[in-house]
Design a protein around this ligand. Sequence first.
Ligand SMILES: Cc1cc2nc3c(=O)[nH]c(=O)nc-3n(C[C@H](O)[C@H](O)[C@H](O)COP(=O)(O)OP(=O)(O)OC[C@H]3O[C@@H](n4cnc5c(N)ncnc54)[C@H](O)[C@@H]3O)c2cc1C
Ligand code: SF4
Length: 523
Amino acid sequence: MAAVEHFDVIVIGTGAGGGTLAYRLAPSGKRILLIERGDYVPREKDNWSTKAVNLEGKYNTREVWRDAAGGELHPHTNYWVGGNTKFYGAALFRLRREDFGEIKHWGGPSPAWPISYEDLEPYYSQAEHLYQVHGRRAEDPTEPPASAPYPHPPISHEPRMQQLSDDFARLGLKPFHVPLGVMLNEQNPRASRCIRCETCDGHPCLVYAKADAQVLCVDPALEHPNVTLLTHAYVSRLETGPSGRDVRRVIVERDGVTEAYSADIVVVSAGAINSAALLLRSANDKHPRGLANGSDVVGRHYMGHVNSVLMAVSKCPNPTVFQKTLALNDFYFGATEWDFPMGHISFVGKLDGDTLKAGAPAIAPGWTLELMAKHSLDFWLTSEDLPDSNNRVTIDRAGNIVLTYQPNNEEGHTRLIEKLKGLMKQQTKCRVHGHECHEGLFARSLYLGQRIPLAGVAHQNGTIRFGHDPETSALDVNCKTHEVDNLYVVDASFFVSSGAVNPALTVMANALRVGDHLLERLK
Ligand SMILES: Cc1cc2nc3c(=O)[nH]c(=O)nc-3n(C[C@H](O)[C@H](O)[C@H](O)COP(=O)(O)OP(=O)(O)OC[C@H]3O[C@@H](n4cnc5c(N)ncnc54)[C@H](O)[C@@H]3O)c2cc1C
Ligand code: SF4
């Protein structure tokens, strides 16, 4: 192995957490090394092919994990510069203020965070600016207070979505525009980077108009001469000094060669599953259960949301191109007849026949997949799953990832589905088919072959939780490990509870917060 090159900071992973942190640290002039196992997503027509992306999984990792029974698990996750933000739907929500406190759910308590909403609020505003969020304040009834307006106006609804929004409002609900990180300028279309296409959610953006961590954070960070990026560089292990109190070497496998790097500060941001696996793989005699894992929480409390995709099929077609503009949070904390949280209702990108082949719904009588997709509104329902210590990431003898997961807190989700069914029956009569237009709701199976909740890993979080108590958490409130003085974690691992809105903005805001702490420490 060649001589070890030393940096001020090493950041492992370039997604929502690592990319955002690099952006915050770059102007400091400190020597920063970003280590990313993937490459840049190639810019090619397949970026926008639903066949290539959804049916063939062209950009998914080919890595094979295991489930608890030893069965093969093909995770739906992506290893590229920018991490999963290259593929995300860019729905950029703040957690609700209440999510930071303890909340009673049907399935048990959702625990309180060691920081309050107010602690994170300034960073949410900064993250919304950095990721160019388009939205409108005060429409969403559960929205927490914000110190700044959204930097851009909301993305407008297309006619079918506007009609549904009007129907929901007529029923006394408060539909709102989804806060979205797409660089669409509807006021001046010729100046708009985004062209409002149908292949956004789940796809990389061919024209770099999605607010992802590569385009908005990693590439700008690399304009600073003090920042270096290694791609195709897989971090296999972290090694400590003899006391076990500091990481001395970051071991990297790159192009078939093993290399080592060192830094004053090492930040792990490989995604909640890979970060936990890395710490577990890095066990040594001072850390026999895994690095920084005296508490035995590393890898535990894996959460990924309880999610469903539901297609509301109508006799009339749904010609919407960009469907992800509308959401409902009226049942986030419950309803008059049910005292427990149910969750969040929004949309996935418009489904098509190819996408449906990868997780076919029960086909409505007399319909084909292609036809169903042309006539459906495609809902995305999210409910909170609770941090069960038995839902966990472990590694097998060969160092491969094993994911053990039993869904929990499902009753609220079932009731949310029932609510949506009820609402869809009350849509305005269509002029051609009257109330008969609506054919019902069909679940799209998210789980290929029903093997494992694959889609669950898209919202992975909670595996290296932060907290005040080293007995029950692995990270302190600054996301530094309790046991290793120069080791931090800034991806979605730090979550204590998952809330029921999409996680990325919270990861980004927290990375900015930890970034400020590190800038102080590096002074
Ligand atoms: C299809 C899809 C749609 C989504 N839609 C939304 C949405 O609309 N809104 C939302 O808020 N969230 C969404 N998400 C989730 C969102 O993308 C994640 O919450 C977010 O990216 C998590 O950030 P992270 O930093 O924890 O991990 P990631 O963004 O996954 O970054 C981890 C990085 O670490 C790298 N890495 C992993 N292991 C190693 C290693 N050993 N060595 C070196 N590098 C390594 C990976 O290649 C990756 O670049 C979506 C996800 C998917 C897959
Ligand atoms: S909708 Fe806009 S941001 Fe999304 S993929 Fe299309 S052009 Fe890119």
